[in-house]
Design a binder for this molecule. Structure first.
Ligand SMILES: NC(CCC[C@H](N)C(=O)O)C(=O)O
Length: 277
């Protein structure tokens, strides 16, 4: 099996194509390969499989073996992988995911994909769409009890469920302590990704994420989109926002019609061949 290790701003993935992978169970493979001591190490597997409705289909399996509906950093890596490995010859195409159809546009320099812009679709705000156990049309500034402490959260579905906690200083974000508690809080029947957000000004935010099924990661693409959307909905920023992550910036455009565009890099780290079925 030919594997490609890639990352999007440090959120890292192992990619491969599997023409018979439409409904395969990759749980064990993900846990084995993603282990950072005994495997290759990654936040997830990203698998290219054939699609009946789009140009190609992406499956994303978290490092704990659970399957996610979508992944923003993985889809930029996936789009670059598909083009540079000859699976796709166009610079704009469609990708089927469990969260619907995503549309990447590639910036190509000397046959190398340097940036990818993805039309991520529109966010869903209703509590039952996220899903979340409260009855609200837009889940903005709800107090949740976290071990006796009231934590104010806002939530949105952007491919996957996201919860934002706005804080004054990103260096104090309790990612690894509060993140896992919020991820599995009773309020979220499907669990949630947790983003800590510092608003720097009306076009610049900083984000740190605790990911559902993967833990603390260096960047989260859908989380960056969700954070930018929520900052705008709360009146803290405009519709064009730079999201600062540990290793760089994702640019998010939240268009007037609700469509979210995400632009950022994707990098290949190495390729290898392993004797895996
Ligand atoms: N890394 C992500 C999100 C991956 C999915 C997530 N762990 C989940 O299960 O919801 C991104 O870049 O969007």
């Amino acid at each position: 099996m030919r594997l490609t290790k890639m990352h999007g701003l440090g959120n890292d993935f192992i990619l491969f194509a599997d023409s018979k992978g439409a409904s395969k169970d990759y749980t064990d493979l993900a846990i084995r390969l993603c282990d950072r001591r005994t495997g290759i190490g990654a936040d997830g597997l990203t698998i290219l499989v054939p699609s009946d409705t789009c140009d190609i289909r992406m499956r994303i399996i978290n490092s704990d073996g659970s399957e996610a509906e979508m992944c923003g950093n993985a889809i930029r890596c996936f789009a670059k992988y598909a083009y540079e490995h000859g699976e796709i010859t166009k610079d704009t195409f469609t990708i089927e995911t469990l969260a619907g159809v995503m549309k990447p546009s590639l910036t190509i320099e000397n046959s190398v994909v340097t940036q990818v812009t993805v039309d991520m679709g529109k966010p869903f705000f209703k509590a039952r769409e996220i899903p979340m156990n409260v009855d609200m049309d837009k889940v903005i500034d709800v107090d949740l009890d976290v071990n006796g402490e009231a934590v104010t959260v806002s939530s949105v579905l952007l491919g996957v469920p996201h919860t934002e906690v706005f804080i004054d200083d990103i260096t104090k974000a309790p990612v690894k302590t509060q993140g896992p508690i919020l991820e599995k809080h009773d309020a979220f029947p499907a669990n949630t990704n947790v983003n800590y957000v510092e608003v720097v000004n009306d076009h610049h935010i900083k984000v740190r994420t605790w990911e559902r099924g993967a833990g603390a990661t260096l960047a989260c693409g859908t989380g960056s989109c969700a954070s930018a959307v929520m900052a705008c909905e709360k009146g803290l920023t405009g519709r064009e926002v730079d999201v600062e992550l540990y290793l760089g910036i994702l640019h998010i455009s939240y268009l007037e019609d609700g469509t979210v565009l995400m632009t950022g890099p994707a990098e290949e780290v190495f390729e290898t061949e392993l004797p895996i079925e």
